[in-house]
Ligand binder design. Structure first.
Ligand code: GLU
Length: 445
């Protein structure tokens, strides 16, 4: 079999969006599954809208997702250059060839490819199956005239349909994997391959991504750029996992997986043509599962920036109590928080007492009633089980006393929150000294 070579060919006219990230990812999966090559080609023929900054953001978005490429404008390769703006001579040469063969003609500065009637330009898409098209279908709008294909515009730049054919051929692309919005371009590209005497690659078009309301995914549905998800605290591992499941399934309900597992299992034949729905609940679930599985130091690395952003003295705590204190705090959180950002919010009390004070004042509490309980708890050895034992035995020894009436103020005084991990585990981790000072602040000790 010939080597699998696939490409992601973004136009650098914006950030890397969900749709682009999805296309890039499926190409990457197919390359890695087949030990092939994944090529990044920048389609920057729209000189007005293309910028080097966008090219950079697209590349760093890919890096963030974990999609590494084997050839591209930054690293080169045997089939470059990998920016269309640097390949203008190539496009011109082949266009001249078509003119000299009578297959294209000049119209002013532009070069136009002649579409002959009666040609079968059907193709078999790996995902969408047989697509039947005759060249006679390529007509001018509302007329009988066949619409010829502009290949070089009057400004000298190649058109998309033409440049993509030249590049895919010269870069030896074996499979063209891209969004289904390009199905309608494929027959025109097939005509150009034939005219140039080149072999036509395989095509696999990917289903559209819809919002929950079944409308094409757009800004209205929330964040559309990959970076917005990073900034919301989604992990690249989960974003990768989530995007891979849009239009593909690994079978056997395998929902949570790593990049290399996905690459091993990926099959283009399992890609569905049914539009995929972008479901935030699912993304949250996947992210939560990945957060739980993370190595503690990596997890801390993800959560830390959100604490810093919230103005918490993370560096001081690390210096005083060690990095492990914070890592263990997050392990204690046991999957609470669907994103690193939420996890940071839910665990801020491990870093500082300030947010606790801001959330809770002990107003209305019968402190005199509570103090003896806390006194008893604090005379215990500082271990979660021992603390709990002390609390239970105090409550048991006091007629009518209920555990929750005592545990709740304890939870609030330590965390400022109604829900938290087991409060005696939290207390053990915060340490006797810190708990003492928090309870004293509230007059509970
Ligand atoms: N630059 C095109 C786009 O971003 C590439 C389409 C293709 O993969 O052929 O839509």
């Amino acid at each position: 079999m010939t080597e699998v070579r696939v490409r992601f060919a973004p136009s650098p006219t914006g950030a890397l969006h969900i749709g682009g990230g999805h296309t890039a990812l499926f190409n990457w999966l197919w390359a890695r599954h087949n030990n092939g090559k994944f090529i990044l080609r920048i389609e920057d023929t729209d000189l007005v809208r293309s910028t080097k900054e966008y090219e950079q953001t697209i590349m760093s978005g890919m890096v963030w997702l974990g999609l590494d490429w084997d050839e591209g404008p930054d690293i080169g390769g045997n089939y470059g250059p990998y920016r269309q703006s640097e390949r203008l001579d190539i496009y011109r040469d082949y266009a001249e060839q078509l003119v000299s063969e009578g297959k294209a003609y000049r119209d002013g500065e532009a070069i136009i490819f002649r579409v002959e009637p009666g040609q079968d330009i059907s193709f078999r898409d790996i995902v969408y199956g047989q697509i039947d098209v005759m060249s006679d279908g390529l007509r001018e709008k509302d007329s009988d005239k066949l619409k010829d294909i502009v290949i070089i515009k009057s400004d000298g730049m190649p058109t998309y349909n033409y440049a993509v054919v030249v590049d895919d051929h010269m870069m030896r692309i074996s499979h063209v994997i891209r969004g289904e919005d390009h199905i309608s371009n494929t027959p025109k590209q097939i005509l150009l391959y034939r005219a140039l005497g080149w072999e036509v690659p395989e095509f696999a078009h990917l289903p559209m991504i819809l919002g929950k309301d079944k409308k094409k995914l757009s800004k209205r549905h929330g964040a559309t750029s990959i970076y917005e998800y990073r900034d919301m605290g989604y992990m690249p591992d989960s974003m990768f996992n989530f995007l891979a499941l849009l239009g593909w399934s690994a079978g056997d309900d395998r929902e949570i997986f790593t990049r290399s597992e996905a690459a091993e299992w990926f099959e283009l034949s399992r890609v569905t043509r049914k539009a995929a729905v972008f479901d935030f609940d699912k993304l949250n679930h996947i992210n939560q599962e990945h957060l739980k599985r993370l190595d503690p130091s990596v997890r801390l690395g993800m959560v830390r920036p959100f604490w810093v952003e919230a103005g918490l003295p993370v560096a001081d705590v690390e210096a005083k109590r060690g990095v492990k204190y914070l890592e263990d705090a997050l392990t204690l959180m046991e999957g609470r928080g669907r994103t690193a950002k939420e996890m940071a919010e839910f665990s801020d009390y491990f870093v500082s007492f300030e947010p606790v004070k801001a959330r809770w004042n002990a107003d209305g509490l019968d402190k005199d009633k509570l103090r003896p309980f806390f006194g008893a708890v604090f005379s215990s050895e500082w271990k979660a089980e021992k603390l709990e034992e002390a609390a239970r035995s105090w409550v048991g020894g006091h007629e009518g006393a209920k555990m929750k009436d005592y545990a709740m103020p304890l939870r609030f005084a330590l965390t400022g929150m109604k829900v938290s991990p087991g409060i005696f585990e939290v207390a053990e981790h915060l340490g006797r000294e810190e708990c003492e000072s928090r309870l004293k602040f509230y007059g509970l000790l």
